[in-house]
Ligand binder design. Structure first.
Ligand SMILES: [Fe+2]
Ligand SMILES: [Fe+2]
Length: 296
């Protein structure tokens, strides 16, 4: 399996290029309220990457030059993802309120606080936890890529599709780094690193941005973007790919979490759920087949 080339990644890292986005066309086509809800969540989550970076930079991880160089470029690229999405929203008449970022940096839940503190402590006392951090990151980057792909396939706004396809390509590069780091650390750390990873991913994994977008928004997105058989398959492919890591072949966390969330949305909003499925059937005729797993 090819190694991730950190030198090449750092040299080529850049803000997403918007020079070929036709803003006039983007504005003329516009977006629906449901598309706005998805893009708003994506922009908010991207712009929170700097706070996720704070949670990552502890102990062993903060002392690894390969990881810190990646993270410096990663947070730069993700921030520009958020800015690009907000620029798109402004162009379609839905500008971001000036104090949005501050208003979203809410008090974390007790579980989040405990989780952050435990992760920080464990990362300080043991390099073994870094393998889990990297596995977690790989799952989240690949889920983000699947979300952008699903939105690109669904939206009638060709310029939005073009933009999120660019973001999707960046997310797959980020995934590759996290996956290879996790693989190396799970092998080097042996059964102890693998046991910690198994415990964390089975007990605590949840999608990025849950505390930013809120549970109701995530439930809506699982129906809107991932309610079709193709949508579910794209998430199964995430689990299958994460399952290629050492002792991770049991992992079905993304599929399980999203299946449950989609089910709750179906029960709470049956009419919207059925409309999403009708829209799926119209889109299905032109959708490209989804790979069963991602090449890494
Ligand atoms: Fe991103
Ligand atoms: Fe990313």
């Amino acid at each position: 399996m090819a190694e991730f080339d950190i030198e090449r990644f750092v040299q080529l890292s850049k803000a997403v290029d918007l020079s070929d986005i036709d803003w006039k066309e983007a504005t003329a086509v516009g977006i629906t309220d449901e598309e706005y809800r998805v893009v708003r969540y994506m922009a908010d989550t991207e712009l929170h990457t700097i706070l996720y970076l704070r949670d990552l930079l502890h102990g062993h991880i903060a002392r690894d030059p390969e990881v810190t160089q990646f993270l410096a470029c990663w947070v730069y690229e993700e921030t520009h993802h958020g800015r690009a999405l907000e620029e798109f929203l402004a162009k379609v008449g839905r500008p971001t309120e000036p104090d949005r970022f501050q208003s979203l940096v809410k008090q974390p839940t007790v579980r989040e606080s405990m989780g952050d503190s435990l992760f920080a402590l464990a990362a300080t006392v043991s390099p073994l936890l870094a393998a889990t951090h990297m596995c977690w990151g790989a799952a989240n980057e690949l889920t983000a890529a699947a979300s952008y792909q699903a939105l690109a396939e669904r939206t009638p706004n060709a310029q939005l599709a073009k933009l999120v396809n660019k973001l999707q390509r960046d997310e797959r590069k980020h995934f590759s780094f996290y996956f290879h780091q996790s693989q190396k650390r799970l092998v080097d750390g042996g059964w102890r690193a693998q046991a910690i990873c198994k415990l964390a991913m089975s007990r605590f994994w949840q999608p990025t941005g849950l505390s930013v977008g809120g549970l109701a928004t995530l439930e809506f997105i699982t129906s809107y973007l991932f309610g079709s058989e193709e949508g579910r398959e794209s998430l199964r492919a995430v689990d299958t790919t994460i399952g290629k890591l050492p002792d991770m072949d049991w992992f079905h966390g993304v599929q399980q979490w999203t299946d449950a969330a989609r089910d709750r949305f179906r029960k709470a909003h049956p009419a919207d759920y059925e409309r999403h499925r009708r829209e799926d059937r119209q889109i299905g005729a032109v959708r490209a087949p989804v790979p069963a797993a991602v090449a890494v």
